[in-house]
Design a protein around this ligand. Sequence first.
Ligand SMILES: NC(=O)c1ccc[n+]([C@@H]2O[C@H](COP(=O)([O-])OP(=O)(O)OC[C@H]3O[C@@H](n4cnc5c(N)ncnc54)[C@H](OP(=O)(O)O)[C@@H]3O)[C@@H](O)[C@H]2O)c1
Length: 266
Amino acid sequence: MRQIFPPPAGAPEIGPLPYGGARRDGGPAVAALAALYAYPAAAAAPWLRATMVASADGAATLDGRSGGLSGDADRLVFSVLRSLADVILVGAGTARAERYRAVRPGEVWTALRGGRAPVPPIAVITGKLDLNEDAPLLAGAAEGARTIVLTSDAAPAARRAAVARHADVVVAGPDAVTPAAAVDALAARGYRRVLLEGGPGLLGQVTAAGLLDELCVTISPVLEGGRAGRILTAPRAGPDAAARLTLAHVLEDQGSLLCRYLRAAG
Ligand SMILES: NC(=O)c1ccc[n+]([C@@H]2O[C@H](COP(=O)([O-])OP(=O)(O)OC[C@H]3O[C@@H](n4cnc5c(N)ncnc54)[C@H](OP(=O)(O)O)[C@@H]3O)[C@@H](O)[C@H]2O)c1
């Protein structure tokens, strides 16, 4: 892997990358990635970073899921981003489509957890609570990283009670979850470094609410060529989710471009 923007002062190579194997510290490549993706040290407010992958023609999925767009470098950076996060935020549509499960210790770099719980919890946003309470997303979470289910007052009471057997159910909005209330609820639990893993619908709402601080997007050397949607879906027609970004860095590995954008000042 090499850094191609900004032009690095020293050697541009970050690799060799530790693909596979145990996830303890990952050596110099993972340390270099952790430094490149470090959350701001003293952010006054919670920091909301989104991570997404797109094909070269802008698709967010291949055969209905994002996995086919991902490559080795994207998967490695994904694990570093998870390791750096206090909490992982995801829409229920993605949790269902991508068969989400609670994060396991072998999926994060222990050295990057810095005294926090060994794994970050997953926080799912859902109105219907159409989640299998016995599946690994809810029932498989470790103590200290119980899955958080962010829902609204309007959620079906029976579903709330069923899900609450294994997860922490948090109401964050009257009829639907308000993105700002969701982020506040996570911050109230001490989770300020938020990693939003999609999907496009939730990313659109978060951006329209002015909450997105950072977007990490991998552009994969793949043409989807079909009718898949983009990585962000605006909540309504019109430019609600339009936002200006500043390019922070670009890494390249095996033809994948790993771009980190920050919200533009002002
Ligand atoms: N390319 C990538 O990087 C990437 C990343 C993630 C996902 N994806 C793909 O994107 C697709 C899913 O994305 P999506 O946009 O359809 O779904 P999504 O944003 O992940 O989830 C939508 C669902 O989240 C819940 N939700 C969202 N906002 C809510 C709110 N304000 N209040 C209450 N509930 C809310 C609802 O769940 P309920 O229906 O339970 O009420 C809604 O149906 C999948 O195909 C996935 O593979 C791609």
